[in-house]
Design a protein around this ligand. Structure first.
Ligand code: B12
Length: 158
């Protein structure tokens, strides 16, 4: 696991990835990891069966910009509640949290799924099944740039 945030200006950011809870599906998140690395991001890969605590500990240790949480078996509704709050408690409340895969079993409507995970659980972005890596990677680059711009204008104002 890498342990420090890069100071290289070409380094786009650090992402902690994994399949959460009791999920062993890793093919999709492995593809996402490959694409992230190809696009200039560092990846800290937790693999399958990763707990919220493992995501958060890795993010704190590596000063990560984002968590990429994968869930294919439909149990994200059991394993994602409380993640944003636990990040706040760990002092990384503003970290980007993206989730993708096949998040639920009982919500057939994607708008309802998105509303639940983004608005009720506080995730930054969620993606439907069959999402190709380019879209979240584009969103991530833009979200990180926006956070950095906000951080530097806050510093200037201090
Ligand atoms: C391969 C597979 C397995 C393999 C997994 C092997 C492995 N090590 O990964 C095995 C055989 C182990 C398996 C087991 C099970 N599986 Co299975 N499995 C599949 C299958 C056929 C393909 C998944 C896959 O690899 N797709 C290919 C990758 C490239 O696509 P992807 O995962 O969707 O990822 C892409 C995007 O979604 C996105 N993405 C993924 N994660 C993330 C995260 C972020 C942050 C972002 C931005 C994007 C993103 O990026 C990827 C690249 O485009 C699917 C059916 C299907 N067609 O999806 C069922 C499926 C996921 N399995 C299912 C089930 C039910 C199970 C079991 C519970 C079966 C059982 N009764 O034992 C177990 C669960 C075990 C567990 N504890 O998790 C269901 C889930 C139902 C649901 N969610 O509603 C599915 C949908 C099959 C079905 N139609 O019922 N499975």
């Amino acid at each position: 696991m890498s342990t420090a945030a890069s100071t290289d200006p070409k380094h786009k950011g650090t992402v902690v990835t994994g399949a959460i809870g009791d999920d062993v599906h890793v093919i999709g998140i492995r593809l996402m990891e490959y694409a992230l690395r190809q696009n200039g991001f560092s990846v800290v890969s937790l693999g399958p069966l990763a707990s919220q605590k493992e995501f958060i500990d890795a993010a704190v240790e590596t000063a990560a910009d984002a968590l990429f949480v994968s869930s294919l078996n439909g149990h994200a509704e059991m394993y994602l509640p409380g993640l944003r709050g636990a990040c706040v408690e760990a002092g990384i409340g503003d970290i980007l949290i993206y989730a993708g895969g096949q998040l639920t079993i009982r919500r057939p409507d994607w708008d309802d799924t998105r509303r639940h995970f983004e608005q009720e659980l506080g995730l930054s972005r969620v993606y439907p099944p069959t999402t190709m890596p380019d879209e979240p990677i584009r969103d991530l680059a833009a979200d990180i740039a926006a956070r950095r711009a906000k951080g530097s204008s806050a510093k200037k104002g201090a």
